[in-house]
Design a protein around this ligand. Sequence first.
Ligand code: ZN
Ligand code: ZN
Length: 202
Amino acid sequence: MKIELHLHTNRYSGCAKNSPEEMLDRLVELHYQAVFLTEHDAVWPGDELENLQRHWPQLRIFPGLELTLHNFRGFGHLLILGATEPEFLDIVDPGEALARARQKDYPTILAHPYRWEGAADMLEKGYYPDAIECSTPNVFPEQAILAQVKAGEFRMPVVNSGDAHGVDFLGRYWIETAESIESPAQMRQILLEGSYDNCSAE
Ligand SMILES: [Zn+2]
Ligand SMILES: [Zn+2]
């Protein structure tokens, strides 16, 4: 299954260029089979998600969010895949975010840890998400290498993603699984087992 783990739309992320419709059409064109919608500090309402799923039956559409966390030296971004609960939006503490996500078996991924100073601070404080984001169109190769080194140090899986803020971010970095993903909990299991491939067109 070709999967996008990190995607924004202009419906709920002010910095995204394209609409949900444009993003989902492009994912289908590029033969993705599943996507997690991870807007900045926003969750998709259930009825809107159901509506999207009805119109794009070729894609498995999962919810999620990209949560802004307060760190030592600034802030970091944590992907919480599967989350629909608005309560997540009130969390700013990394430990609390991980604990709440794990209660629900939602996968957690530290987004672009070396894109800015302090973005990886949760690791230094001893808070380890399920995986670390590695290559995306938004990070320099040196930053992806740093993420890989850090993941090796902590024995954590790394994932490629589109961190897609527009249709031109798609089809560049993604993951593939042999299994068909039916739930966020199953996605979490597969990430923790490492039974997926990081893929890139570049
Ligand atoms: Zn981010
Ligand atoms: Zn993002």
